[in-house]
Design a binder for this molecule. Structure first.
Ligand SMILES: *Cc1c(COP(=O)(O)O)cnc(C)c1O
Length: 427
């Protein structure tokens, strides 16, 4: 470990030495020792179009020569305005006001503040939020409150109250899912009929819960959840920080689930992995509740780098590439499904699942969860095979950049199967 660095999500005492990356191109990372590995997870889920895409690089260069940064209060600029228009044109109907920040956690923080203050501005205080068990919304305090887990344990006393509903995770061949969904829907209905006006909103990761293990639900279920929540006037906050921009096989998971959230959070893929940027987009109805002669109704929130022009320029270029990749992200689910078929009978795996460009499975173990050391074994075996894989505990998943070729995807699945065949059997 470098003596001046503290790496994220890393226990320095037990973690292996980090690998130094010299350069990257497309799906390939080039290590300092000249090994080449395929980035099977788009580097923490951000590199939609692979690494070092010349079009995004060029857009950033041109923007840097023109306007690199300007205060975004009292001033505006073309890249921010153009990007807002492009995003609104693809988002679910009704989402029309774009608020810029610079990472996913912050986009969530802004959404929670918007939703909470919305009710205050309407003089109808609502004291808490609903969320799903197993959610991950980021590492800041509001986001942690809405996604309590192993990661937030040390801070429990400092987190605000959020109520949780079970999440009906499902997989191929799951026969009990509809029953579990019905149970959860009736829990929700009951909770809201008793005290629906307690909740400012319902925050959820549509279709796929990412960090807590690529847990997937059916679009039909999500659709029902939103119908019920919105019937009781809860604001639905869709955290699409991970699922946005084609990841689930549609531009946004909300479109696939046919839901119309009141607020959506986007980040990760927004610049194609080049620069930190995020947006929180809300409905006109929410915006209107802040539009007032009364200064107390203002959203007093903003970041130094809000709407950074370089980030916006990168996002505009990435947007064009995403548009051109539509057939690829729409078609990847079928490819994953085909490659996954032979694994259905593999003795080391269960609960195989796929949504759009994301494929996942559980490695069979006596101790499921994030702390399972199988993750480290897989990571190291993967590097030896030329793959970047980073299981979430015992959950092995793929989330490749859209530019991956069929041949490269075949290499990934072959390597993954070899690793599975070679795993220590008793765990
Ligand atoms: C990654 C992630 C976040 C947090 O984004 P950061 O940019 O890492 O702060 C929030 N929500 C979801 C669903 C995510 O996957």
């Amino acid at each position: 470990m470098h003596p001046n660095l503290w790496y994220p999500y890393t226990q320095a005492k037990t973690a292996p030495e980090p690998l130094k990356v010299k350069s990257a191109q497309g799906v390939w990372l080039q290590l300092a020792d000249d090994r080449k590995i395929i980035d099977c997870i788009s580097s923490w889920w951000v590199n939609l179009h692979g690494h070092a895409h010349p079009k995004i690089a060029e857009a950033i260069y041109q923007q840097a020569k023109t306007l690199e940064q300007v205060i975004f209060a009292g001033f505006t600029h073309d890249p921010a305005e153009q990007l807002a228009e492009k995003l609104v044109s693809k988002l679910p109907a009704g989402l029309s006001r774009v608020f810029y920040s610079d990472n996913g956690s912050t986009a969530v923080e802004v959404a929670l503040k918007m939703a909470y203050q919305y009710w205050i501005n309407l003089e109808q205080k609502r004291s808490t939020f609903l969320a799903f068990e197993g959610a991950y919304h980021g590492d800041t305090f509001g986001a942690m409150s809405a996604g309590k887990s192993l990661f937030t344990q040390a801070f429990t006393d400092l987190l605000f109250e959020v109520e949780y509903l079970p999440f009906p995770e499902t997989h191929m061949g799951d026969r009990t899912v509809m029953e579990r969904e019905q149970h959860i829907l009736s829990l929700l209905e009951k909770k809201l009929s008793q005290a629906g006006d307690r909740y400012a909103g319902f925050i959820l990761e549509p279709l796929v819960q990412g960090a807590n293990g690529m847990r997937m639900c059916r679009p039909e279920f999500l659709h029902q959840v939103c119908i019920i929540a919105q019937r009781f006037n809860l604001l639905v906050i869709a955290d699409e920080v991970m699922t946005g921009f084609g990841r689930t096989g549609e531009w946004f998971a909300c479109l696939r689930a046919k839901i119309q959230p009141d607020i959506i959070c986007l980040s990760k893929g927004i610049t194609g992995g080049f620069l930190p940027l995020s947006v929180t987009v809300c409905s006109e109805q929410i915006y209107d509740a802040f539009y007032s002669d009364n200064p107390a109704k203002t959203l007093y929130h903003g970041h130094s780098y809000a709407a950074n022009p370089l980030g916006c320029a990168a996002a505009l270029a990435a947007f064009e590439l995403t548009q051109a990749s539509e057939p690829i992200f729409r078609g990847m689910e079928a490819k994953h499904t085909e490659f996954l078929a032979p694994l259905k009978t593999h003795p080391q795996v269960e609960k195989i699942r796929v949504t759009g460009t994301i494929a996942a499975m559980d490695l069979i173990t006596h101790q499921p969860g994030y702390l399972n050391q199988i993750s480290l074994e897989v990571r190291q075996k993967a590097i030896a095979k030329g793959l970047l894989l980073r299981p979430l505990g015992n959950v092995l998943y793929l989330m490749p950049p859209y530019c991956i070729t069929d041949e490269e995807l075949a290499i990934v699945y072959q390597g993954m199967t070899d690793i599975l065949n070679d795993l220590t059997p008793s765990r």
